[in-house]
Design a protein around this ligand. Structure first.
Ligand code: ADP
Ligand code: ZN
Ligand code: ZN
Length: 702
């Protein structure tokens, strides 16, 4: 077997009594270490490595950087279809009728036969198709008796798409940006494209991609979430047809396996989410990170808790290829790196067609409330502007911060609030389907009819989620159809597209949504965007809350504006004096950035320090508390004032586990790998003293 085994190939190995596992060969060595129980390899499964050398090095880097095991990385990087024992998994089973005549005892099972003949007329008979309406046991009986045999053949599960449109001619401003981007690549620098909303960033990406694939190269195009990028996927597949493949979590295991296996021979452009950075590209020449500020590039659970943007940067560095990050609202960290000269900054300040950026009005909710000029969640001004807009045939978008947070219920009498028994949060009220659910663990109960605490029958719903907004709209604007876009309605991609299409076609006049509506959507008849309540975003206890609020508000505002007319944005807030407001009103990123960095420097937050969070979890509160105390002592000896906590995180109990948190703020110039080594050592010690606790390390948390 010696000649067959090499790094990156899968091998079958025995572990435990009767268990066989598939493993990846990491490296070969002739060294024999004492105390290790070596096992034989039973079989080499691949002729060629399925993980190449550069990938193994990348895995190694991820494991070290994010303090996790190589197997954590592998589980995330390899589609699970590839680590299953049966290699036929990736092939389809076709049913073939043999010459053997059915025995009498199978005559009943034979009533499947009609369907078989019908399918056979159309060509190959797929087992899965045959069994759609037939009984599996009857089918198995026939296979057992030899009436049918199965043949495994490879068949592509991926749809064929033809390109139908060419790329757009770039405007002079866009061409200029494109040249600057390419100049940045020549300097071997990652490039940050800061282009205002609707400036045509996507068109620039398309041009760049074309240039790369014409020369035979591959492109990785990372997006935060595929489900929310229908318009983008459509646009790209119009241009790239079958050269493009989308890689995301909604694909089946075998589809992902197929893409992984055939990436080199079939695809030139991969539009993918996080884990697409781990695909085995054979000739990758360019990486694009769209909406680079998006927090969803970071995987929070489970390990590896990696940031795909960061891994992409490492990958580009390793392969010495260009990487372009784009956003209308860059992350403070990335923008900072353009200031220090590590990244190159390219600006694109004009919208396509010179459409003006919207006028932004900030309305004082508190003041309006005192003067009795709030009608429930709407200020008089918002109502007036909505009427104006709708009567002119224009559309309105209303933004309401994420579904949870404010939409809990509270007893009018005794102020009882239903809470999740497993997590330290109140349950969210879903009025339409009349249930309460926990957004952390999925716990779900029907809404009780009477208050369990005081017996009152009348429950009051507090705050206002998107559902409540729709309800109010039906009363206030009965003549205009409203629709909502949030994760409740858009569990299925179909529902999401349906609502988007209804809004695009003008059937829906008012679209109510969570930050979902802020992402990459492009409509051309939106006269007004209303932000119902900016405050719960601004109040969220996190050093990044200002940055998030700024990003969301600017992105949401970007949906306003029509071909030839300026749009309007109305933001309702009790914090009109908040430091991010002037930057939002003026659409001035630098203004925001300068203020933010001043604060971050003053209070020691990234990009001026690097953060590592350590979470200690236990089902027993006392053990959790004692364990974190002991870890604190140990780490304090090494890190002193760089260590903060222990502290309860904002949600301090999730899925029955109590949580305590420690935070390390490490100076940028301090060696990260040395710090991590010490942290891991302390945690190992903790685990021997408190074997029942869970410890999680989160490097560069978001
Ligand atoms: P961004 O990604 O910066 O928000 P998009 O690339 O989505 O902007 O462009 C906004 C709109 O303008 C899209 O409908 C796009 O097709 C159109 N557009 C941008 N640039 C061009 C161009 N050069 N030619 C034709 N249409 C363009
Ligand atoms: Zn819960
Ligand atoms: Zn009560």
């Amino acid at each position: 077997m010696q000649g067959q085994v090499s790094a990156g190939k899968r091998v079958l190995v025995p572990l435990g009594k009767n268990r066989k596992y598939i493993g990846i060969v990491h490296s070969l060595t002739s060294e024999v270490k004492e105390g290790i129980n070596y096992r034989d390899i039973l079989q080499v499964l691949d002729d060629e490595p399925i993980v190449s050398q550069y990938q193994l090095e990348l895995w190694q880097w991820v494991a070290e950087y994010y303090c996790c095991s190589l197997s954590d990385v592998m589980k995330n990087a390899l589609p699970s279809a590839l680590s299953k024992n049966t290699l036929t998994e990736l092939k389809d089973a076709y049913v073939i009728k043999t010459d053997i005549l059915p025995k009498r005892n199978t005559s009943q099972a034979l009533s499947i036969l009609a369907r078989y003949d019908e399918l056979a007329l159309m060509g190959d008979v797929l087992k899965s198709t045959l069994l759609e309406n037939e009984s599996l046991s009857a089918f198995n009986t026939l296979v057992k008796n030899g009436v049918f045999t199965l043949e495994y053949k490879k068949k592509s599960r991926l749809k064929t798409i033809f390109s139908t449109k060419s790329a757009s001619e770039l405007t002079p401003a866009q061409s200029q940006a494109l040249e600057e981007i390419k100049a940045g690549f020549l300097e071997n620098k990652p490039v940050l494209l800061n282009g205002v909303t609707s400036s045509g960033k996507t068109e620039i990406y398309i041009k760049l991609i074309q240039e790369v694939i014409e020369k035979g190269g591959q492109v990785l195009y990372l997006v935060p979430e595929i489900a929310l990028t229908t318009q983008l996927t459509d646009r790209l597949s119009q241009v790239f047809g079958d050269d493009l493949i989308s890689y995301h979590s909604k694909l089946s295991d075998s589809e992902r396996g197929e893409i992984y296996n055939e990436i080199g021979s079939r695809f030139k452009v991969v539009l993918g989410v996080r884990s697409a950075v781990f695909l085995p590209f054979t000739n990758l020449k360019l990486i694009i990170v769209d909406e680079e500020h998006e927090p969803s590039y970071k995987q929070t659970e489970p390990a590896p808790r990696y940031n795909a943007k960061n891994v992409a940067l490492m990958l580009a560095h390793k392969l010495k290829i260009g990487i372009l990050m784009g956003s209308a609202t860059p992350s403070v960290e990335s923008y900072h790196l353009t200031k220090t000269g590590k990244y190159k900054l390219v600006n694109l300040n004009v919208r396509y067609g010179n459409v003006e950026l919207p006028e932004i009005i900030v309305l004082d909710r508190q003041d309006a409330f005192i003067k009795n000029r709030m009608k429930s969640m709407f200020s008089w001004l918002l109502l007036e502007k909505m009427k104006e807009c709708l009567s002119k045939g224009e559309q309105v978008i209303l933004f309401q911060n994420r579904r949870g947070f404010s939409s809990f219920i509270e007893c009018k009498q005794c102020a009882w609030v239903p809470k999740c028994p497993h997590c330290d949060v109140s349950l969210t009220y879903h009025k339409y389907q009349n249930y309460l659910s926990c957004h952390y663990c999925g716990y779900k109960i029907p809404v009780p009819n009477i208050c369990p605490k005081c017996g009152t029958e009348d429950f009051k719903d507090k705050g206002f989620g998107t559902e409540k907004v729709i309800e109010e709209l039906e009363e206030r604007f009965p003549d205009y159809k409203a629709g909502r876009l949030d994760t409740d309605v858009t569990q299925s991609k179909h529902a999401y597209n349906k609502i988007l299409n209804a809004f695009s076609s003008g059937e829906i006049k008012i679209l109510v949504g969570t930050q979902m509506i802020a992402k990459g959507l492009d409509f051309d008849n939106v006269g007004l965007v209303g932000v119902l309540n900016a405050d719960n975003m601004l109040n969220y206890p996190d050093f990044r809350s200002d940055e998030r609020a700024f990003q969301i508000l600017v992105q949401v505002s970007g949906r306003a504006g029509r071909r030839n007319k300026r749009g309007m944005v109305l933001i309702q807030t009790a914090q009109t004096e908040h430091s991010i407001m002037p930057a939002i009103i003026q659409n001035n990123y630098s203004l925001f950035y300068d203020k933010q960095t001043m604060l971050r420097q003053m209070f020691s937050y990234p990009p001026f320090v690097r953060i590592i969070n350590i979470y200690v979890k236990s089902s027993d509160y006392n053990i959790c508390y004692r364990a974190v105390g002991s870890l604190y002592k140990d780490l304090f000896a090494n890190f002193g004032d760089q260590l903060l906590g222990p502290d309860k995180p904002p949600v301090s109990k999730v899925q029955k586990l109590h949580i305590q948190k420690l935070m390390l703020k490490l100076p940028v110039e301090q060696s990260m790998s040395e710090s991590k080594r010490r942290i891991i050592k302390s945690i190992e010690k903790l685990k021997t003293n408190f074997p029942s606790v869970f410890v999680i390390i989160d490097v560069d948390p978001i």
